[in-house]
Design a protein around this ligand. Structure first.
Ligand code: NAI
Length: 739
């Protein structure tokens, strides 16, 4: 018997409409279509949609076919739209009528969900009459994370299927759920541990011929809780609070509200209108840029030309963490959750006991969230550094003190087996100096995590002059395994993130001297989209951290000097304001006082502090500074363009390979709003000539701040016609080849 088997596979998805087994068991049959198979196997979104439309048509018109099972190939149902299609003209059959045709079919359409059913993939499954999922499947509508909403009926069908509160949660956050949760929510009808397609075929056979009227989700009335107005208002308030200016989460609430209040057809019109607004907003473009930038940074390279494609990582099964303070604890958790055996070493007995407790509870909380067993038995604790003898990689996280770190590296070199990779989690110290202190400098790299290390997604992998490509490849691979956005960067003070941050914080201090308040500066930055402005952030992380660094660098000098020299260091403007605040014992939230005041030490709610305002007035008076009126625009331009300018210098110096590296670092490590695409992308949207002109303006106004002088690369990019951000690498390459 001839059996129809049409396989549709693509970059958009890996979907095939598999009718053969159902057909065979139902006594049906159709002609094989080998040509279609070959063509679709290499195809893109438009071809896949065309193939689904055609295949469904054939299946529905063939009287011998009683039910249809739609499944993916290679264990994956469908990961959603091909984002590359978004930019250009859509070709091929559109998704919405295709899903409507599936839903309107008069034969049971069953989705067999293995792997991912995400975005358009889940919308397609929601068009089916039944959904059978494998227990390991993941389902979700993550469009919001790309600045969009589920606009192929997802925002209208999901609330009708599972109710408004759960649909709001999934659609506004883009949260991906397991098959078990999908079953509990009512998204899928059955979960199987066995072969999903077999289960779906069996199921499709069992429902063949049954009426389908009650299975078409678009015809369901949307269950509306009695207090739905209050529910939507609360959802909108919550989303506006956390969206920080991003439009997509707000549009998602509006779309779900349309599902709850309008008939299906009108709800679909609203979904389309909202989607059109998002498409043209620029935010979706920024978020999609971030999505691709994450992929681009995985293709890292070093100035030598070595990179991801030529360097093979070493296997890492067992790792050690040295120093179990704030960072060491988080790193231990991250490594254990990745499945590695971890030796956690801390010299102080009390710290070790506390760390053990903290790590255990972090692992237990994480395991509970994931519904898995905590990886407690993967960790062994020790006070003796000799316990590193059989590990493949060490991450050092002791105090930020070069002499101490050199001593730890000396001991590690003596006790580790040959070839063990030695990584430092320093925030700013010189990786080359550390490497020079070891017999095998090629094995030394920086692995700069961000606090809390088991939560924050960013990892800067810092290569020194002597780091081997294999060492970098190993650290990058480990970062990837830990689920981090890992970015390979060169060695310089503060690497990429902290080097740029210094300029941003410095401008904020200068603005206080000139008449701004912490409230004004933070307000402008938070309105821009940062979760916290400079001063609120500084209160959270502790003012003493920066103070200690400035003291070590000889910048912060005890007591208040007067006169012009008090505000000059090495010939450049310097603001001692932060040092003076620290001298008052005001270290931020932990002391209950900082740039703001708090109800008690450790409290998180910042309130304006009259003491700080009068301190600023007295400070200005002492230094003969006259407060002027400063607006939010100036705050943004001074803080952000100073940061962007340093980003250009970093590119010019070859510390970061491209703008994407800097943007990923800022979005994933420094709270830069993703819908603005990272600092370098943002500069390109503002327009490089404008950034250059404003920097020139501020440099003229503040000639004692050399960092405001526009960077040569920025000038060069403007001179070459301000190419779009994806073409900057060419200009940088040319610049480096001329040097
Ligand atoms: P921390 O002060 O909380 O912890 C350091 C720990 O190292 C302490 O428990 C100390 O007892 C232990 N220690 C000191 N000497 C040791 C030795 N010889 N052997 C074993 N343990 C030893 O410091 P934190 O904040 O965890 O920072 C650690 C490193 O991570 C520093 O280099 C810091 O610059 C860097 N870092 C810190 C970040 C943060 O947000 N705190 C962020 C990124 C990097």
């Amino acid at each position: 018997r001839q059996v129809q088997r049409q396989i549709i596979q693509s970059t958009w998805s890996s979907l095939r409409t598999r009718t053969h087994r159902a057909v065979r068991r139902m006594g049906g049959g159709a002609k094989a279509n080998a040509t279609a198979h070959a063509q679709w196997a290499q195809s893109s979104g438009a071809v896949v949609r065309q193939a689904i439309v055609d295949t469904v048509k054939i299946a529905l018109s063939d009287p011998k076919v009683k039910s249809v099972v739609i499944c993916g190939q290679n264990g994956n149902f469908c990961g959603g739209a091909d984002i590359k299609e978004f930019g250009g003209e859509m070709t091929g059959p559109p998704l919405i009528p295709m899903i409507h045709a599936i839903e309107a079919a008069n034969k049971p359409m069953v989705a067999a969900i293995e792997g991912n059913a995400l975005g358009g993939g889940l919308e397609l499954a929601l068009g089916c009459h039944y959904r059978i999922a494998h227990s390991k499947a993941r389902l979700g509508l993550p469009e919001v994370t790309l600045g969009l909403l589920p606009a192929a009926g997802g925002s209208q069908r999901l609330p009708r299927l599972i109710g408004v509160p759960d649909a709001l949660d999934l659609i506004t956050t883009g949260r991906i759920v397991t098959a078990a949760e999908a079953l509990r929510l009512g998204i899928v009808d059955q979960v199987t541990e066995h072969n999903t397609v077999d289960a779906a075929v069996k199921f499709a056979l069992s429902v063949a011929g049954q009426p389908l009227d009650a299975r078409r989700i678009s015809t369901f009335p949307c269950p509306r809780p009695p207090d739905s107005d209050a529910l939507f208002e609360e959802a909108m308030r919550k989303v506006r609070g956390s969206a920080r200016g991003a439009m997509a989460p707000v549009a998602c609430v509006q779309a779900v509200r349309a599902a709850a209040t309008l008939p299906y057809e009108r709800g679909m019109e609203r979904e389309k209108e909202l989607m059109a607004t998002l498409f043209t907003s620029g935010q979706a473009r920024a978020l999609q840029y971030v999505f691709f930038a994450q992929r681009a940074v995985g293709r890292w390279s070093m100035p030598s030309g070595a990179g991801w494609d030529t360097s093979k990582p070493r296997p890492v099964n067992k790792a050690a963490v040295i120093g179990l303070g704030t960072m060491g604890r988080g790193i231990t958790v991250a490594l254990a959750q990745t499945g590695l055996s971890v030796v956690a070493i801390e010299t102080q007995e009390k710290q070790l006991m506390e760390a053990k407790q903290a790590v255990t509870s972090m692992l237990e909380r994480g395991a509970k969230r994931r519904g898995a067993a905590p990886a407690l038995d993967r960790i062994s604790y020790s006070r003796n550094i000799q316990a590193v003898a059989d590990v493949d990689l060490v991450i050092e996280a002791v105090f930020e003190d070069m002499a101490l770190k050199l001593e730890v590296f000396r001991q590690l070199s003596a006790f580790c087996k040959p070839g063990t990779l030695l990584c430092t989690n320093t925030s700013a110290l010189d990786v080359d100096e550390l490497a020079r202190g070891t017999p095998n400098p090629e094995l030394v790299v920086g692995m700069h995590f961000f606090a809390p290390a088991h939560v924050m997604k960013l990892l800067e992998v810092v290569y020194g002059k002597r780091s081997s490509p294999q060492a970098v490849a190993t650290a990058m691979q480990l970062g990837k395994k830990m689920g981090k956005a890992s970015v390979a960067v060169g060695n310089c003070r503060g690497f990429v993130g902290n080097r740029m941050l210094r300029l941003y914080v410095e401008q904020a201090f200068f603005l206080l001297e000139e008449g701004a308040t912490p409230e004004l500066v933070d307000g402008a930055l938070e309105e821009f989209g940062f979760p916290m402005g400079v001063f609120r952030m500084s209160d959270l992380s502790g003012l003493d951290v920066g103070w200690r660094t400035r003291k070590a660098a000889g910048q912060a000098q005890p007591g208040e000097a007067s006169g012009q020299s008090a505000r000059i260091r090495n010939g450049s403007r310097y603001s001692p304001i932060g040092d003076l605040v620290c001298e008052q014992g005001r270290f931020g939230q932990k002391t209950g006082r900082g740039w703001y005041q708090y109800d008690k030490p450790g409290s998180r709610v910042a309130r304006s502090d009259p003491w700080l305002h009068s301190f600023l007035e007295q400070y200005r008076a002492r230094h003969g500074l006259v407060a002027r009126s400063i607006d939010r625009q100036e705050v943004l331009e001074r803080c952000l363009y100073a940061l962007v300018n340093e980003g250009f210098r970093i590119l010019e110096d070859g510390i970061a390979a491209g703008p994407e590296d800097i943007d990923v670092i800022y979005v994933f490590g420094y709270g830069w709003p993703g819908h603005r695409g990272g600092p370098m992308f943002y500069a390109s949207t503002v327009g490089l000539p404008k950034v250059l002109e404003r920097l020139e303006h501020y440099h003229q106004a503040h000639p004692d701040v050399p960092d405001l002088q526009p960077c040569g690369l920025l000038r060069r990019l403007v001179a070459s016609g301000s190419p779009p951000v994806h073409r900057w690498r060419e200009v940088i390459k040319k610049l480096h080849s001329q040097l």
